[in-house]
Write a protein that binds this ligand. Structure first.
Ligand SMILES: Cc1ncc(COP(=O)(O)O)c(C=O)c1O
Length: 481
């Protein structure tokens, strides 16, 4: 296929050129009803914010330019079909779980999955069999899952429908996906992959292999994270056989809007062209910049920029070096503190900080000047804070909590609000997580432990954004009666 084509963009441009008189929604009518927005954001943005119509196709049942654009997406990633998603990768993750499992069906799920996976379980009534990712104790982060862990999961639960793999983790660790896919397929089990942080993998050989290229049944990719499209736009890629496009479309349409944004969809069309046509060259430059930045950061006292040297350690089959990952406890500071200092004192917004590390995402739009600013900020922090006494290790709960009820059972059970510490030994009725990364510390149905509460108290002390409890003050948690 001609990857230079952008059928959706061309159709939208044509619509604009025709100066069509709008007696349809959206009601701002090409911006005349929202002038202050247009004056700041640019009037054309509002002129192009339109709804579906014959010439622009319809995302729910595409048969024209959206289908052409989706076929180009599939061709770019080498899969059978690719769905444009406008409710984020969260909805792609939900559609994957719904397509794999009926209510009551089991599937293997790493405990460090994003909350969209847990939410999918509540929505679908699927039953997670939690499996343990490998833990890097030095860094205090979860890595990928191993083939052995997946094998053991299927041996214990031969009725599980499939396995959910995170490729890569937020920090860039890729699992041994090829071996996992071969093994699962030999049992006729499905492999669905949360590739939220790997939308760019397919376009450079030095990056970890993409789930699509390895034959995963489905992969949810956040094109908006590392593929260059607008925030919230995402894609779901499928290889047919164990699943077909009609079933997946039906599942997507259960929850996806019927008024898909053409700004989001067109950004997907144009981001796909950019990745397919220019991705290799741009990503090659980004990788070179990232590796050089890591080398320079590793010369700074108190900082350890980790990356592909971890390949071969447990749970790290490959590593995405475009993730600017730095362990900062050597500065005598937590990752949370460095994350805040970077923003407050150096005007640099990092992707996340955790107890031990900070993470910067490098992608298609980075410049050497901006990368240098990060390196210089870390150098300055080192001159201010480094004393040779690293912060003592923060103990993060890493083991798989005990599941007493399925997340859905717990979600719909009667609950009572209890002080956090008094909730120890009780079954949680809620999720709680730091965001980002959005990985639940506790999910509905799990036994609350002292270790979890200690960690939550630590996070509160770090002024972290904690989300999803009914009580915004994070003093109380709802437990099952
Ligand atoms: C691993 C992972 N999966 C899924 C998602 C959900 O993506 P979105 O925010 O596009 O809904 C995220 C978001 O950060 C994520 O980190």
């Amino acid at each position: 296929m001609n990857q230079n084509a952008v059928p959706l963009f061309e159709a939208l441009k044509d619509y604009h050129d025709r100066q069509v008189i709008p007696f349809d929604v959206p009601g701002h009518k090409h911006g005349r009803g929202l002038q202050a927005f247009g004056e700041y954001f640019g009037e054309r943005v509002l002129e192009l914010d339109v709804n579906s119509m014959k010439c622009l196709d319809n995302l729910s049942h595409p048969s024209g330019v959206i289908r052409d654009a989706e076929e180009l997406l599939a061709d770019a990633y080498g899969v059978d079909y690719g769905f444009f998603m406008v409710n984020g990768t969260s909805s792609a993750v939900q559609a994957m779980v719904m397509s794999m499992c009926r209510p009551g069906d089991k599937f293997l799920l790493p405990r460090n999955a994003h909350k969209s996976a847990t939410n999918a379980i509540i929505l679908t009534g699927a039953v997670p069999v939690f499996i343990q990712p490998e833990i890097n104790v030095e860094l205090g982060i979860a890595m990928g899952v191993t083939l052995e862990t997946v094998k053991a999961g299927f041996e214990r639960h031969p009725d599980a429908k499939g396995v959910f793999v995170i490729n890569p983790t937020y920090f860039g660790a890729a699992s041994e996906l090829k071996a996992i896919i071969e093994y699962a397929h030999s049992l006729d089990k499905m492999v669905v992959v949360d590739e939220a942080h790997g939308a760019h993998f397919h376009f450079h050989p030095a990056l970890p292999a993409s789930a699509a290229s390895l034959g995963a049944d489905m992969a949810a990719i956040s094109v908006h994270k590392t593929g260059g499209s607008l925030t919230q736009s995402s894609a779901l890629l499928i290889n047919e056989g164990r699943i077909d496009r009609q079933t997946v479309r039906k599942m997507i349409n259960l929850t996806q809007t019927t008024s898909a944004s053409y700004l989001l969809m067109t950004s997907l069309d144009m981001a796909r062209r950019n990745l397919a046509v220019n991705g290799k060259a741009i990503l090659g430059d980004v990788l070179a910049m990232a590796k050089d930045a890591k080398r320079r950061i590793n010369e700074i006292d108190g900082c350890y920029a980790f990356g592909s040297e971890l390949i071969g350690t447990p749970g790290v089959f490959d590593f995405d070096d475009t993730k600017l990952t730095v362990k900062v406890t050597g500065l005598g500071l937590t990752g949370f503190e460095v994350y805040d200092l970077m923003r407050d004192e150096y005007n640099i917004q990092m992707e996340l900080g955790d107890a031990n590390n900070i993470l910067g995402i490098m992608s298609l739009g980075d410049t050497q000047e901006h990368v240098d600013a990060v390196v210089e900020a870390l150098r300055d922090l080192s001159s201010r804070f480094y004393t040779g006494n690293p912060l003592s290790f923060v103990n993060i709960p890493m083991s798989v909590p005990q599941t007493v009820l399925t997340p859905r059972e717990a979600f719909y059970s009667q609950k009572v609000s209890t002080k956090l510490r008094e909730a120890v030994g009780k079954v949680s009725g809620e999720s709680l997580m730091a965001y980002p990364p959005g990985i639940p510390i506790v999910t509905p149905g799990e036994l609350i432990t002292n270790e979890m509460v200690d960690y939550i108290e630590f996070l509160k002390g770090q002024n972290t954004l904690l989300t999803d409890l009914a009580d915004d003050t994070i003093e109380y948690i709802r437990v099952i009666v």
